[in-house]
Write a protein that binds this ligand. Structure first.
Ligand code: MG
Ligand code: MG
Length: 263
């Protein structure tokens, strides 16, 4: 079951191969969501669809039942940052919809997310999405064995703040494996050259959560949904990566989404 060191569970090549399958269960599910996400559709119906599809792939929803989570997907709209519970309130033209999904396959977790633009969204929202996705890939590029954990957040923070956006501090990326949240925490901000050295076999979810305005967030009375304090929109993209031969290999894929959206 991997090698334990300083609380981090480093994975073997065999484990990483299973984790790629787990991540791709989620990727395919996000592709299905992409196909159906349009004005008038309810988050609750997408959630049911996702659960069925995950089970068809001989996997188990990864979030449902964990920490008391009632759903398969977490769907966060506009000023909702993450952890939005799927409701029956229809999605509208112009919404930014972040869909986060987890699955367990052969005992290992996949956990990744995409923020969708529904129909025509404002140029400001478009820019927020573009920059947040760029932040994700800059974070992944920084995830090498010549760097340390905070170098990932440093790369993300630099790009987000250069664009005038706020970086959520209260929620972070994380180690991933037989547990959804393992060591280490992977903040989306950081100091250059700080934190634990990145080693081969590290498997983490990198997930910038970037706000158009303030970085500050609060939790709604449902005790799940995190929203921006100023009510401005937020975006969230997440990939699962494994460090192999010194650099990050992306285990999850946005290709199913791009295919569905004809991007
Ligand atoms: Mg996630
Ligand atoms: Mg995550």
């Amino acid at each position: 079951m991997g090698i334990f060191g300083e609380g981090i569970v480093y994975k073997t090549a065999e484990e990483i191969a299973i984790m790629r399958e787990a991540a791709l269960v989620v990727s395919r599910t996000l592709g299905l969501v992409a196909k159906h996400l349009q004005p008038g559709v309810t988050p609750a119906s997408l959630d049911q669809m996702a659960e069925n599809y995950i089970r068809q792939q001989k996997a188990i929803p990864g979030f449902k039942g964990l920490y008391g989570c009632p759903s398969t997907l977490l769907i966060s709209i506009n000023e909702q940052v993450v952890h939005g519970l799927p409701t029956k309130r229809p999605i509208q033209e112009g919404d930014l919809v972040s869909v986060d999904c987890g699955a367990i396959y052969k005992g290992y977790y996949g956990d990744h997310a995409y923020t969708f633009e529904v129909g025509e969204v404002s140029p400001e929202k478009k820019k927020l999405c573009k920059v947040t996705k760029e932040c994700l890939y800059l974070g992944i590029e920084a995830c090498t064995t010549s760097n340390r954990i905070e170098d990932i957040g440093y790369a993300i923070q630099r790009h987000a703040e250069a664009n005038g956006f706020g970086i959520v501090r209260d929620l972070v990326g994380h180690g991933l494996g037989t547990k959804l949240h393992e060591e280490p925490q992977v903040p989306n901000y950081g100091r250059r050259g700080q934190g634990k050295r990145i080693q081969n076999g590290l498997t983490i979810a990198i997930e910038p959560m970037i706000n158009m305005g303030t970085w500050k967030v609060k939790t709604l009375s449902d005790e799940w949904t995190i929203v921006t304090e100023d009510g401005l929109p937020s975006a969230h993209f997440e990939h699962d990566v494994a460090v192999v031969d010194g650099k990050a290999e992306i285990l999850s894929s946005f290709e199913y989404i791009y295919e569905a959206l004809k991007l």
